[in-house]
Write a protein that binds this ligand. Structure first.
Ligand code: GLA
Length: 381
């Protein structure tokens, strides 16, 4: 997986295609080090924005239409600002953002947009959040409105929830909009308070794509969310993330079946985020890696959002020399695993995992080491 998106080239393509200069906005994809399926329960997460991004070049066109070109997909579409309805395609991310911004009266104007992204699609690194956040910044800019990162994330999430129809939490959009160079961010998804936690020197995060893609994932995700809400209701809590880890044993006596399992995962993973932050601050990579591997087991057994092939890949990674821990990442049911590996072992570990897993699936899985970067913003050319 090579980087392919360069803002200057995209600005040039916009000029060649639309005949004038554009402003250019960039929003990154994200990894999540730990704290999975906890955001919609108001829990803690530890994502980082990464050096793969979606770039949107934009200039107003004096109409009531968005003329959108997805340069990398070789597709284009016209969206009528006065009649935005979901189509179930990629344009919903852009139309959804426009619709969300117009609802409180932001004066979104007609514009031409050229979009390209090198965030892999369906790999669990939030290509859709990157597109939503970049589109939000672009549409706000031509409307002459400014907003802070947390607000941008809220609007982008609202587009995904209300227009695209995916009931995601706020982690992905928040990480893309508010990432900090060289750091992960420990985010409290209830209050949106966050703290940058520096990635320890010597630590690399390696992503390996299981190459598994499932349809109907949104339905599974919604069901997990409903299980968590049911558990919270039984416990008399607004959100499951409000449960103290010390009160977990008593809470589990009141729950049965899936809500009990989901509760155990959510509360224990929130605890692991706190421990992971402490391990990162002291540079204890062994401890961080163990927490990541424990998180995988909990996602597999209690949250039940993994996949047999993803489990195999995580197990291969966990026993590869130089790897300190590995787990599934993102919503689940396929996509990338994330492995913590010491810098000097990263390249060899990547090749070893790709070779062993590649033998099993009969093709070379995509893989790359990522870097934590700053969140979304305008690119000065
Ligand atoms: C997806 C969602 C996020 C989060 C993760 C699981 O990426 O978009 O909001 O719930 O799954 O942690």
């Amino acid at each position: 997986m090579q980087r392919s998106v360069q803002p200057r080239l995209i600005a040039n393509r916009f000029r060649d295609s639309f005949g004038r200069q554009a402003r250019v906005f960039q929003a990154p994809g994200r990894i999540n080090i730990i704290g999975e399926h906890t955001d919609y329960s108001g829990g803690l997460v530890m994502p980082a924005a990464i050096d793969r991004s979606c770039v949107v070049a934009i200039a107003p066109n004096g109409s009531r239409r968005l003329e959108v070109v997805a340069g990398d997909l070789d597709r284009s579409a016209t969206l009528d600002l006065d009649n935005l309805t979901p189509t179930g395609t990629w344009t919903d991310y852009v139309a959804g953002v426009a619709s969300v911004l117009m609802a409180p009266g932001i004066p979104v104007v007609g514009a031409d947009l050229w979009i390209e992204s090198d965030v892999p699609i369906g790999a669990g690194v939030s290509s859709s959040a990157a597109l939503e956040v970049a589109s939000t910044l672009a549409l706000l800019a031509v409307a002459g409105v400014s907003a802070d990162g947390p607000q941008v994330a809220r609007w982008a999430q609202a587009a995904e929830n209300g227009f695209v129809g995916m009931p995601c939490g706020i982690m992905d959009q928040f990480a893309s909009a508010n990432g900090v160079d060289g750091s992960a961010i420990m985010l409290d998804c209830r209050s949106l308070a966050f703290e940058p936690v520096a990635i320890p020197a010597g630590a690399s995060f390696l992503l390996v794509d299981s190459m598994v893609r499932h349809t109907l994932v949104d339905g599974e995700y919604r069901a997990r969310r409903e299980d968590c809400e049911a558990a919270a209701r039984t416990l008399g809590l607004a959100l499951l993330g409000d449960l103290d880890e010390a009160d977990l044993p008593a809470a589990l006596e009141q729950l049965t079946g899936n809500p009990a399992k989901r509760c155990r995962h959510v509360v224990s993973d929130i605890g692991r985020v706190r421990k992971a932050a402490a391990a990162m601050k002291t540079g204890d990579l062994e401890a961080l890696g163990q927490l990541m591997s424990l998180s995988h087991a909990s996602l597999r057994d209690d949250m039940q959002v993994s996949d047999p092939q993803v489990d195999i890949l995580a197990e291969i990674a966990q026993r590869t020399p130089g790897v300190l821990g590995a787990r599934m990442m993102g919503g689940g049911f396929g996509g990338c695993i994330i492995a913590l590996v010491s810098n000097e072992n990263a390249a060899a570990a990547q090749l070893a995992i790709q070779a062993e897993y590649g033998d099993i699936i009969g093709k070379q899985p995509d893989a790359f080491v990522c870097r934590a970067v700053a969140g979304a913003g305008e690119v000065s050319l």
